[in-house]
Design a protein around this ligand. Structure first.
Ligand code: ATP
Ligand code: MG
Length: 153
């Protein structure tokens, strides 16, 4: 598979992670799916909050662990869909609740936590963000994607 690694940075604070996520969101186009990988405490919620800010969303953002999906309208049109699949066993269960509508919505930015649950049905254009815990406040953030040209302005 042709994985193109576009960015690998170190974040030294919660604020830096938020700013990186916001800046990334500003470079992406609607129709993008972002798979956000990272262990407990890696910073997925922090990243998601920054990403939403980058899309101009001012509502509070926290991971939808119990509701699975949270939908936020974007002022200038379209949606930010935030999925947390921690409680979803596999892609069959995800398809049963209609995950495809979120993966295929052309006006949406769809960010997925615990994307490993549905690895077999993620679109090939998915952008993969990995958060690695490297120290107390140090995180390594890697962004990788396939066929990225279509989705980056
Ligand atoms: N560089 C950093 N980037 C992001 N978070 C950081 C950083 N340094 C320290 N932190 C802290 O790490 C914690 C990350 O928590 P967060 O809830 O975002 O993790 P998570 O990946 O969502 O975990 P969970 O799977 O348990 O929900 C926060 O308490 C945050 O303040
Ligand atoms: Mg979280």
């Amino acid at each position: 598979m042709n994985i193109l690694e576009i960015e690998n940075i170190e974040s030294r604070s919660e604020q830096e992670t938020e700013e990186f996520a916001a800046a990334l969101a500003e470079t992406l186009q609607p129709g993008t799916v972002i798979a956000l990988h990272g262990d407990l405490g890696a910073g997925k919620t922090v990243f998601s909050r920054g990403f939403a800010r980058g899309l101009g969303i001012t509502e509070p953002v926290s991971s939808p662990t119990y509701t699975i999906i949270q939908e936020y309208p974007i002022d200038k049109g379209g949606w930010f869909f935030h999925l947390d699949l921690y409680r979803i066993e596999n892609s069959a269960s995800a398809l049963a609740f209609g995950v495809n509508e979120y993966l295929e919505e052309p006006t949406a930015f769809t960010l997925i936590e615990w994307p490993e649950r549905i690895a077999d049905i993620l679109p090939s254009h998915t952008i993969h963000v990995h958060l690695h815990h490297r120290g107390d406040t140090l995180r390594e953030i890697t962004v990788a994607a396939n066929g990225l040209d279509e989705f980056v302005q």
